[in-house]
Design a protein around this ligand. Sequence first.
Ligand SMILES: C[S@@+](CC[C@H](N)C(=O)[O-])C[C@H]1O[C@@H](n2cnc3c(N)ncnc32)[C@H](O)[C@@H]1O
Length: 284
Amino acid sequence: MHRQDQRLSSMKTGDEKSNLRAQHLLHNKRIVQEMVEHAGIQSLDIVVDLGAGKGAITWDLAEKAGKVVAIENDPAYAEALRRKSEACSNVMIIERDIREAYLPKEPFHVVANIPFFITTPILDKLMDPPGSSFQGAVMLIQHGAAKGFTARLIRNPRLLKWRMWFDMELVKVVPKHHFSPPPSVDAAILRIRRKKDVTVALHHHHAFEGLAEYGLKYPELPVYEALKGIFTPTQMKHLVKDLRVDRHAPICTLNELQWGTVFQAMLERVPAFRWPKKLKKNKP
Ligand SMILES: C[S@@+](CC[C@H](N)C(=O)[O-])C[C@H]1O[C@@H](n2cnc3c(N)ncnc32)[C@H](O)[C@@H]1O
């Protein structure tokens, strides 16, 4: 398995034996303020704090946003948050597992220091399907994961799917000593923003997922080899020209714009019965 894939899948399982809830509380006020600033929260915005802990981020958000939804599954933390929220009419506490919690139906943002071990399920919940009301996020995640999500080469179909509709940017590294207790690795601020211009329409997301899974099954394969089951040799010739790539270039070197071109070519030139189908439920 390639490192990017390992990173994505290892986050599903979690391995923090001594701190099962990943309670690494942020104790640097400046970083909280920076995160809120990066998120550009306005007075009418709905913001969700995923894994609110003792509220290190929650109360700063409450000062800026129209409404804050704080999700936390530790009963003691949730109780303390509830008590404090009695004085804050715009804060709602939800004591629940993030993975099972309902997210707002209205457009919302996320600002959070999330439990690292469920990073992939959280990102999937926010960005899949891409047409949900999620607008963007500023979140602390493991530095290694942030590097993987923002890497130039895209080897993982799930990551490709997220990045077709959302820009992901590593804003800065946050060393582990800013948390207590410190996690085993440094963190980073990851900013996610819904793309203004998309190359694949939202309603095509299932068809795109089929293409992404098929095309990236062997990410190091040359473009022509990886896609030859979809396009005829003539179609492939045109496609490689449109993509402006060497047909021998590994498919993982295609960027989001080029994947948009591949998808468009499939839509226009390939009969639907030949489109690759989504193989498996791609949920964590
Ligand atoms: C990294 S801490 C961040 C706490 C706080 N936001 C801060 O920055 O200080 C992650 C928080 O998520 C909570 N948590 C862990 N797993 C969770 C889950 N599955 N659902 C909801 N909360 C969870 C932990 O109890 C912890 O409070």
